[in-house]
Design a binder for this molecule. Structure first.
Ligand code: ATP
Length: 315
């Protein structure tokens, strides 16, 4: 995990509520699996639940299925609540964003697996914790919280909090990515954040695929940015400190699920799969500590180039 740049030592850092042990356990990439229950369609078709988690009881299908074992950083069973998902994934990282860390949390998997269901509650819970820290441990330290929400659809960026206004992505000489025109809202209460998240979700591009009636056809990226006043001066623009990005990825579909899709849905699917592959390549390169990370593989990875170092992936 990259060491966050130290903030000026002025005494208060010592009292930061950073749980170093928990944070170290997040490492560079943490992969958490969440098993979802069978859905109505699967129950109607009398499908069997063939995934078992160590320690959990399940049907004994050993006679019929091949056994594969996989190991992850954490595995959450189908009866685990969204609160527990938050505690296992995002919560340990929240204090670190006050120390110049930029982290990303996303859910990955094929359509209908529960990505949106899992991702939706996380930003609000994180905002609650950020505000709590700003109002207590970091009180009067000049920290401010900003929310932005945009989507990437067909390789183009749209502002979900500004009538889907088209946005441009630029890179400066230092390869710092800037999204020109993106509206950032300064927020200081949870209700305001809830409204912004709801507004963004309602504006998002969804459609129906062969496998999910309300399928995400775009990557939706919600960012919680911490900034800090320069010398406590309200009239100067605050300085960016850290960022938490939440991505609800568009669905990846298996070939077998795409047969009933129309032409537009298939074109969307190809674009989506291309960007998911680029994301996978970046994660693999990061995990192998490679010096070259192929961020330019897609708009998605370009946009996230500064935030992909601490990654919490749910599947
Ligand atoms: N853990 C869960 N518990 C209960 N219901 C769930 C769970 N996960 C998913 N679901 C339900 O399954 C359906 C599909 O979930 P969701 O839309 O989140 O999938 P998705 O992976 O985001 O799909 P897509 O990629 O097509 O957008 C939804 O009706 C959702 O409420």
């Amino acid at each position: 995990m990259p060491k966050p740049d130290a903030l000026p030592e002025n005494g208060y850092l010592k009292s930061l509520p950073v749980d170093k042990e928990k944070l170290a356990s997040v490492a560079k990439i943490k992969v958490v699996i969440r098993k979802r229950p069978l859905n109505k369609k699967e129950i109607a078709k009398k499908k069997e639940d063939i995934i078992s988690i160590e320690g959990a009881s399940n049907f004994d299908l050993t006679e019929y299925v091949e056994r594969h074992e996989f190991v992850f950083d954490a595995v959450l069973d189908e009866d685990v609540s969204n609160d527990e998902v938050y505690r296992e994934t995002v919560e340990p990282v929240v204090p670190a964003i006050f120390q110049r860390t930029k982290a990303t949390c996303f859910a990955y998997g094929q359509t209908g697996i529960g990505k949106t269901f899992t991702m939706k509650p996380l930003p609000l819970k994180a905002s609650q914790d950020i505000l709590r820290l700003m109002n207590h441990a970091y009180k009067n330290q000049g920290f401010q919280l900003f929310v932005s929400f945009f989507e990437i659809y067909g390789g183009k960026l749209f502002d979900l909090l500004n009538d889907r206004k088209k946005l441009l992505m630029r890179e400066d000489g230092k390869q710092k990515v800037c999204i020109v025109g993106l509206q950032e809202y300064r927020v200081n209460d949870v209700e305001m954040i809830r409204e912004l998240i709801e507004k963004g979700n309602a504006t998002r591009n969804t459609g129906t695929t062969g496998a999910n009636e309300e399928s995400s056809r775009s990557h939706a990226i919600l960012q919680l940015a911490i900034k800090r006043l320069v010398d406590g001066n309200e009239s100067k623009p605050p300085r960016p400190i850290g960022k938490l990005s939440f991505i609800d990825l568009a669905c990846s579909e298996r070939g077998a699920d795409t047969t009933n899709n129309d032409k537009q849905t298939r074109i969307e699917g190809a674009e989506i799969n291309k960007s998911l592959l680029a994301l996978k390549e970046c994660i693999r390169a990061l995990d192998n500590d490679q010096t070259h990370i192929p961020f330019r593989g897609s708009k998605l990875t370009e946009v996230l180039r500064d935030s992909l170092l601490v990654t919490l992936a749910l599947s």
